[in-house]
Design a protein around this ligand. Structure first.
Ligand code: ZN
Length: 314
């Protein structure tokens, strides 16, 4: 890869994907402190919560307050998840810079997750785009094509279908499209084939991969995406995360290890690995029963590690 000065955006989804599966609840003021620590470590994009029914996911009940509380952090792009127009309006009202909408390629998972089939959810996205574009304050609209690499309910998800859904999503006018391995069934060859198929269909509109580490292949899958030009990845500090409606899903790829890999390869993330690892402290203190993963945090940053020029301040 001739990517020596290339930069990669690591989007931390711990406060959303991570905390939604946690047994305990992180208090709002701790969330605010934790997000600030993550931003101070150099993460420029953080998904801070989701505007979903607090009955379904009580850990996310304070998302409005969290969004408002972190907007003042200099240079931070504040993302929030929403599954429908009501959620997107709440995200806009709170001042989120980005709304992220899940659209499951597997119809069965889509019905379990958002109570709508895939095609209906694409129509929902169209309605959200129309609403957001009519507002005075702009908000970026990202969509994650969930279960793009397999589904715990349906099994295989044909990549032609992934490309078809991605094409329909691109036609709604969303800004960015991600492919999500919601349950973590992907392997590098599948990532390569699917990313290529979707790139052929929608080109650079495919910007990001959201990967889970269920089978221990998360970073291998990230590498497969990198080699095809993907430069945005979701990850969770300590590898927390999962999907409440996708049985068997386990944690996201580990931010610490992803940053270690990218920086070691000469790709600039802008993240200070030492400070990033230090941000595990507050997470562990607040949710002591959650197991935190990370090779580099367990072993310590090796002497051979060299960080690339930080992108902060550019
Ligand atoms: Zn996820």
């Amino acid at each position: 890869m001739s990517a020596a000065r290339d930069t990669v955006t690591v989007c931390e989804v711990g406060p959303r994907d991570g905390l939604q599966m946690a047994q305990g609840r992180m208090a709002t003021d701790v969330k605010l402190r934790w997000i600030r620590q993550l931003a101070d470590a150099g993460l420029r994009e953080i998904e801070v919560g989701s505007f979903v029914s607090p009955r379904m996911i009580p850990q996310m009940a304070d998302t409005g307050e969290v969004v408002r509380g972190v907007l003042a952090i200099d240079g931070l792009t504040v993302c929030a998840l929403a599954c429908n127009l009501k959620g997107a309006i709440a995200a806009h009202d709170a001042g989120a810079h980005v709304v992220a909408i899940p659209v499951s390629v597997s119809d069965t998972h889509s019905r379990a997750n958002v109570n709508k089939g895939t095609d209906d959810q694409v129509e929902m996205v169209r309605g959200i785009v129309d609403w957001v574009r009519a507002q005075a304050r702009p908000m970026r609209i990202d969509v994650a094509a969930a279960t793009a690499f397999g589904c715990s309910m349906e099994g295989d998800v044909p990549r032609q279908r992934v490309a078809q859904v991605a094409t329909a999503l691109a036609a709604t006018g969303v800004d960015r499209i991600a492919l999500a391995d919601t349950v973590g069934y992907a392997h590098p060859a599948l990532v390569r084939d699917t990313v290529r198929e979707v790139q052929d269909a929608i080109g650079a509109r495919l910007t990001k991969l959201h990967l889970h580490d269920t089978m221990g292949l998360g970073l291998a899958n990230a590498l497969a995406g990198l080699e095809l030009g993907i430069r945005e990845f979701d990850s969770c500090l300590g590898g927390l995360g999962g999907c409440p409606f996708a049985p068997g899903a386990s944690g996201n790829i580990v931010t610490e290890d992803l940053v270690f890999m990218l920086e070691s390869m000469g790709l600039a993330t802008g993240v200070d690995l030492q400070r990033l690892i230090a941000a595990r402290g507050l997470l562990h203190e607040s949710l002591p029963d959650e197991p935190l993963r990370s090779g580099v945090a367990a072993a310590g940053i090796p002497r051979t590690f060299r960080s690339n020029a930080p992108v902060r301040g550019l």
